[in-house]
Write a protein that binds this ligand. Structure first.
Ligand code: ANZ
Length: 845
């Protein structure tokens, strides 16, 4: 096949076409409807990967479609450019993180441009630029005034490899989300955002996010983790001045199963044990288990027995031992638990280890009253037993409320709600981040850096190899005079998730100098109409952004936004087969050649390669494909077409050599069709043979429009294939020039979202410069005749060509007179008929 569509030429030329036709950018007519289309912005690692290609192609299809529909479209791009990798790369190569980052940005920007994305580069932002973080520092100080930021000494998740603190959300299965190192516990003075203050509001807000995937809302809901329960004040006896210990419980109804009380090693009663060597050793032992709930759930439960006794409020006769235990978290509830081994597995494990009573107080519905918990706790539903005046009550549905009522009456406890969501620790002991704009006087008092001294810029030319936080070693930078007083700057920098919590506002007014955004601009553009990104951000980034909008909106007359993202779409992964050489090392697709359908090492074609499962592309498994090569070989349109084909955007897509090459061939076929179309147009026939082309075009447009509206972008690829087959056939009929031009022009415009380069080239050749999304005529999309299947007693007996949408009676009348069918009906009585509209009539005789 001759490659007559020279995508290399076209794709460079196409940028000008977009520049001319883009409807957005600096001058925006705010009387027009707006559409804000945003994809999660990338970290400038230096190279785009297939995940970016998919994410940005999906966004681009939508942005172009909306622009063609006449919206002002905001489709910006920026860089999440602070963070560890820059610092690490700079250390290794003896570079400045800023230079490394900026050079990566320029590489990635040119790669994104090659994909032909309709991005408004005039609005480009980068979070590591002073223009950006200056405003972030102002927001930080505003939050400090509103008491939504505070500093406190706390146990933190410490990543020993990256030597930094991690937020709870950044610890996955007990490991650092970036380094993969097992996270330790460490006590440090830290800055926190008071996200927990908004727990209920963040939960309520989820209800209104109708255009978010259900799974993301469920993940956030679980993360916020609202528990209904009760706080109980346990009376304490013993040789210490401790009168009572408060516990939070969701199961007060199991109080008769009480067999120990456990507190966290940081509980306030620990102050009495500070000098106890055994306790100190025990505490060290506890620090070794991870800090996350998952780690604690699977880890060994260990305890340290005190001499204290706790009294059961419902049965004052019963006194049980008090322990320190590693599975009790200090920052949940009151850092204390009443242990009920019969019905809680952690308590069960603990009781087994320390030989404590295991009492059964709930029996499953299908068991007798002598039921006993033996091998594991029974947390399920049932009936209360061995519980004195509570016996016989249905647990937990009725028994929890009933017990709370009793406890409240006796003043022994009260109904409470608890949230799992913890405040967001934002301090990072790293250089390459946004400096926290405060300083400390000699008494350690916190002072805001005055507005006139903002931004607090990062010092340059520093020694990144210094141990710990490089900023700590910058004496000149650290010392500062405020109002004539000597102070020391804060050396912690902000978690990069702070930068991404408001970047979508900045895109609305990227050049605004005085504040992070302009009121008018965000009133017009916000919220983001469609946000597109990976589901891995379901909790972290998407929750932080929702919090940050609430936090800056509080007492701020410039902004009143709770929900930044009206619509959310989470795209699937791009996957590829995995390969291993005979020695079990991962091999990349580029190192492989195919001989007789089998795969061998390129360097040694006697060595067969083991083909493994297709998995999400990742550097560690070497199953990545370089988008830049793909674009260079096949062109951006073919790459876009392929990345959208096969699977719906929310599902994973399998990348294959055959797939991309057939997409490429299809673009060539479209070009051939274009050439043929131009020939036909030039023939200039006087009359149309029929109306088929117009009808088909309308039907096709209806389908494409519907699929665009529903994010069924893979179906658009199928629509294009079908269109090619039909139109290639239809144009052999004779059509007038206007008919051909009118229909083909619509088809070409419909290709804009997916194949922008190709479509623009062809439209330009036809002399068409201004266009909008083509409407279709509903009347013309109706099928002319349908072939109705006629069954007698379920057997197919004939086909009757009919006008569509006839009633069942009309069809029965016609059928009774039809020659083919009459012979089957004869004298038989029709008992009933079953009609499936426009498809089938089954007559039962
Ligand atoms: C007694 C009990 C009996 C409990 C029983 C459960 C089952 P959710 O639902 O996740 O909120 N708990 C309370 N504070 C804790 C802390 N600081 N560290 C670890 N565990 C803590 O969990 C609530 C339950 O978690 C509470 O109810 C308490 O154990 C435990 F059959 O109290 B329960």
């Amino acid at each position: 096949m001759v490659n007559r569509y020279n995508f290399k030429l076209v794709e460079t030329k196409w940028q000008d076409i977009w520049e001319k036709s883009k409807s957005f950018s600096v001058k925006v007519d705010k009387n027009k409807k707006k559409f804000y289309c945003l994809e999660m912005f990338p970290y400038p690692s230096g190279k785009i990967h297939m995940g970016h290609v998919r994410n940005y192609t999906i966004g681009d299809v939508l942005a172009r479609y909306k622009a063609l529909q006449g919206y002002n479209v905001l489709h910006p791009m920026g860089w999440d450019s602070f963070g560890m990798p820059a610092e690490n790369a700079a250390k290794q190569n003896n570079l400045d993180p800023k230079d490394w980052t900026e050079s990566n940005i320029s590489k990635m920007k040119s790669q994104l441009k090659k994909l032909g994305l309709s991005i408004d580069w005039d609005r480009e932002i980068s979070t590591c630029s002073e223009d950006y973080y200056k405003h972030q520092q102002k927001f930080f100080l505003e939050l400090l005034d509103k008491k939504l930021v505070y500093r406190k000494e706390n146990y933190v998740n410490w990543d020993p490899v990256d030597e930094t603190v991690l937020a709870n959300e950044q610890v996955i299965d007990g490991k650092g989300w970036r380094s993969g190192a097992t996270v330790e516990r460490k006590k440090l003075s830290q800055w926190f955002f008071n996200i927990s203050k908004f727990s209920q509001d963040l939960l309520d807000g989820l209800e209104k996010l109708d255009n978010w995937p259900k799974k993301v809302k469920t993940m956030q809901k679980n993360w916020i983790g609202k528990s209904f329960g009760c706080e109980i004040d346990f009376k304490i006896e013993g040789d210490l001045p401790v009168k009572n210990i408060k516990c939070f419980t969701t199961r007060p109804d199991t109080l008769f199963g009480f067999s120990f009380l456990a507190v966290s090693t940081d509980h306030e009663i620990s102050k009495f044990y500070e000098k106890n060597d055994d306790f100190i050793k025990f505490k060290e032992e506890c620090s070794k288990t991870g800090t996350t709930e998952e780690a604690i759930a699977v880890g060994e439960k260990i305890g340290f027995k005190t001499n204290l006794k706790a009294i059961n409020p419902l049965n004052p006769e019963q006194k049980v031992p008090v322990y320190f235990a590693n599975f009790v978290l200090m920052d949940y509830g009151f850092g204390a638990v009443f242990g009920c081994p019969g019905h809680d597995q952690r308590d069960f494990d603990f009781a087994k280890k320390y030989d404590l009573d295991i009492k059964t107080v709930v029996r499953p519905h299908d068991k007798e009253d002598d039921y006993k918990v033996i091998t594991e706790a029974y947390p399920g539903e049932g009936i209360l037993i061995n519980s004195d005046f509570l016996n016989g009550i249905e647990a937990p549905n009725k028994s929890v409320l009933k017990t709370i009522e009793i406890l409240e009456e006796k003043n022994l406890g009260s109904k409470t709600v608890n949230f799992r969501l913890k405040d967001w620790g934002v301090s990072r002991q790293r250089y390459w981040g946004c400096p926290i704009p405060v300083a400390y006087d000699e008494n350690g008092e916190i002072h805001k850096i005055p507005d006139s001294m903002l931004p607090v810029k990062l010092p340059q030319n520093i020694n990144l190899n210094a141990k710990g936080n490089p900023l700590d070693h910058q004496k000149d930078w650290k010392e500062i005079i405020i109002d004539g007083k000597k102070m020391m700057r804060e050396t912690d920098t902000l978690d990069t998730f702070v930068c991404s919590s408001w970047y979508f506002l900045r895109f609305c007014s990227p050049k605004e100098n005085d504040y992070g955004f302009k009121e008018d601009d965000i009133k017009y553009w916000m919220p983001v109409d469609q946000y597109i990104g990976g589901v891995e951000h379901a909790i972290l980034h998407l929750l932080y952004s929702r919090f940050f909008m609430r936090a800056i909106s509080k007492d701020n007359n410039k902004i009143n936004i709770k929900e930044p993202f009206d619509g959310l779409f989470t795209q699937g992964m791009v996957c590829h087969e995995t390969y291993k050489d005979p020695d079990n090392n991962w091999v990349s697709p580029e190192e492989i050649e195919t001989i007789d359908g089998k795969k061998y090492l390129k360097t040694d074609n006697t060595k067969p390669v083991k083909v493994g499962a297709s998995e999400s592309m990742s550097k560690s498994k070497k199953n990545t494909i370089d988008p830049e090569n793909i674009i260079a070989i096949y062109g951006a349109d073919a790459a876009r077409l392929f990345i959208l084909s096969d699977s719906p955007p929310e599902k994973d897509v399998q990348w294959s050599e055959e797939g991309i090459s057939s997409s490429f061939k299809f673009v060539q076929k479209l070009w051939n069709l274009n050439e043929k179309m131009m020939e036909q147009i030039n023939k200039n026939y006087k009359e149309d043979t029929d109306e088929e082309l117009t009808k088909y075009t309308n039907k096709y447009l209806k389908k494409v429009t519907k699929n665009l509206e529903n994010f069924s972008y893979n179906k658009i690829v199928a629509n294009l294939h079908e269109m090619y087959t039909h139109v290639a056939k239809l144009i052999n009929n004779d059509y007038k020039q206007e008919t051909l031009r009118e229909n083909y022009q619509k088809i070409l415009i419909s290709m804009q979202p997916v194949l922008p380069h190709f479509s623009n080239e062809c439209l330009e050749l036809m002399g068409i410069k201004n266009f909008k999304w083509p409407d279709y005529d509903e009347k013309l999309t109706k099928e002319d005749k349908i072939n109705l299947v006629i069954q007698i007693n379920g057997k197919k007996r004939g086909l009757i060509p009919l006008d569509p949408d006839k009633t069942e009676e009309e069809i029965l009348d016609i059928t009774k007179k039809d020659k083919q069918i009459v012979k089957y009906l004869q004298e038989n009585q029709i008992k009933k008929s079953i009609y499936i509209k426009n498809k089938l009539l089954n007559i039962i005789i």
